[in-house]
Design a protein around this ligand. Structure first.
Ligand code: NAD
Length: 311
């Protein structure tokens, strides 16, 4: 059995750590949000009041944080990750970050004689809860066996993508495809509705037809069709709008860096920006359906009080 330090107990970190505890491992978790800590404690995570306490004597240190800047801040903090890491620990970042942040983390770890792997995930909170996440790993070949052992209680599939930052590069490409697929499901679902189709029947047809996708299977943005959809729950986040915007932005930045034109990704980012401007950055990314109707009224969504961005 291993001891894990886990920084970031949110929508993903919460269920992922619960699976480690269920597999018999010790997990010491740290998060700035008291509610996330309380929820994780209920699943058997031991809550630490500092990064140092969470990391003391750990075999593995996972970060599952919103953005690259948060992961770098955790490592660079006084008495943070770099100050408390030892050569015996494997450091794994499962957040979706920019390749530059990941490169910096790898380089800093190497300079300190530490072992670091970029280990982003795909599968959403349902994959996190069911321990079926796909992990994509980037790092030195000699670290991969140990990384896979530590990851396996949370995962359905682990693929070694290659050298440092390969995991995050794969993740950025994958998520760009996901959010383009989400636009297709959003438009298809609303058009089917307007054409008078029964949503469940249409969803079944798309599921065995060429409209099928992970977004359509898991996030279909109409209430009472599939259990995993945020549309059943007033579009409370399973994957926040602002994190989706971040991921598409990472792909667009990579497009600029490599000289690629990515018009569908640019359109997805416009959708998310509209919601963020309306103060809806913390809702589920499938709420882009709201952008398709002039009055913003869609089934499954009742507006609550929001503060538009910049107000
Ligand atoms: P989240 O916002 O639900 O959770 C992030 C947690 O990090 C929050 O609880 C927050 O309080 C905590 N945090 C932020 N800064 C911190 C700090 N300095 N120290 C300690 N805790 C801090 O986000 P999430 O949905 O769990 O996503 C986490 C990462 O996983 C993101 O990079 C996201 O893009 C990626 N991801 C999310 C999904 C998904 O479906 N939600 C799927 C795959 C990957």
């Amino acid at each position: 059995m291993s001891t894990y330090a886990w920084i970031g107990l949110g929508n993903m970190g919460g269920p992922m750590t619960a699976n480690l505890v269920n597999a018999g491992h010790t997990v010491r978790g740290y998060d700035l949000n008291p509610q996330a800590c309380t929820a994780a404690a209920e699943t058997g995570v031991q809550i630490s009041d500092s990064i140092a306490h969470a990391m003391a004597g750990a075999d593995a240190v996972f970060t599952m944080l919103p953005k690259g800047e948060h992961v770098r801040a955790v490592y660079e903090a006084q008495d943070g990750g770099w100050a408390n890491a030892t050569a015996q620990m494997l450091l794994l970042d499962s957040s979706t970050v920019d390749t530059e942040s990941s490169r910096t983390l790898h380089d800093e770890a190497t300079a300190r004689g530490l072992s670091f792997v970029d280990a982003p995930v795909s599968g959403g909170i349902s994959g996190a809860a069911d321990a079926t996440l796909a992990f994509m790993l980037g790092g030195a070949p000699e670290l991969m066996e140990r990384a896979q052992e530590l990851i396996s209680p949370m995962s359905g599939k682990i693929i070694v993508a290659g050298v440092p930052t390969s995991g995050i590069a794969a993740k950025i490409c994958n998520n760009m495809m996901l959010f383009i697929d989400l636009m297709a499901s959003a438009e298809g679902s609303q058009l089917a509705d307007k054409l008078g189709l029964d949503p469940k029947v249409f969803w079944e047809i798309a599921s065995v037809s060429s409209g099928r996708s992970w977004a359509q299977q898991t996030w279909y943005p109409v209430p009472d069709v599939i259990a995993t959809a945020a549309a059943n729950n007033n579009f409370e986040a399973t994957f926040r709008v602002d994190l989706a915007r971040k991921d598409v932005g990472l792909a667009l930045d990579a497009g600029v860096m490599t000289g690629l034109d990515l018009p569908a990704a640019a359109l997805a980012s416009e959708h998310f920006d509209r919601l963020i401007d309306e103060g809806l950055g913390d809702k589920d990314c499938s709420l882009i359906v709201k952008n398709l109707v002039p009055d913003g009224k869609v089934r499954g969504y009742t507006p609550t009080n929001t503060v538009p961005a910049g107000k």
